[in-house]
Design a protein around this ligand. Sequence first.
Ligand code: URA
Length: 244
Amino acid sequence: VKRLRLDRLLANLGYGTRRSVQNLFNSGFVTLDGVEVEDSSDHVVLSPDLPSRLLVEGEPLDPLPGLTILLHKPTGYTCSHKEEEGDLVYDLLPERWSLRDPPLSTIGRLDKETSGLLLITDDGDLLHKIISPKQRINKYYLAKLARPLAGNEAKIFSAGTLMLENEKKPLLPASLEVIDATTARICLQEGRYHQVRRMFAAVGNHVLTLHRERIGALSLPKELAPGEYRALTEAELALVFSER
Ligand code: URA
């Protein structure tokens, strides 16, 4: 079982520096099972029920490390930690979460103008397991196109020979499902820079809008509006890996 000093735990969750969280304890703002915690060097066990038992200023503690969330990414937000890149997906989360250690990172990236299912985690192993092309996790995108499909796209994309400009390795086979003349669903197992947009550019088309619908068997939950997020459940995490 993992144990941690309380001051370190709060600092790691972004409540302040180890020094500044001391003030929360001194002011009696930290309670465990209803009792004020006087000594910030006390250790606690990082059990799943800890956030409901450990209150900071009367509020349940933030989710413990090992956090993975599911976000409905709106268009106009960048998957980056760099402030100069405009609105960041991390701006959609509680401010304190950007101070967490281990830090939260997006599992792969969606372009600024792409919407849909985005997972964000502080678990580096999980991140790697989902984005590595070796793991062959399917990622499904709905693309709306500027021009009607020509009819040969599915064959070209599934060949495993398509080369994108300035790249040395051909793309892995990808599948395409025609929805209507200018709408297609694409399934990829890798995630190269602007991949879907560049694939359609390679066949003389142009992607107008792009939306990620699904990762593995995990679909973007219908009740999540753009910009909304919630913690991923264990069952949902299992769905990510269930198609292999
Ligand atoms: N392909 C793209 O072109 N953009 C994305 O955001 C994801 C896949």
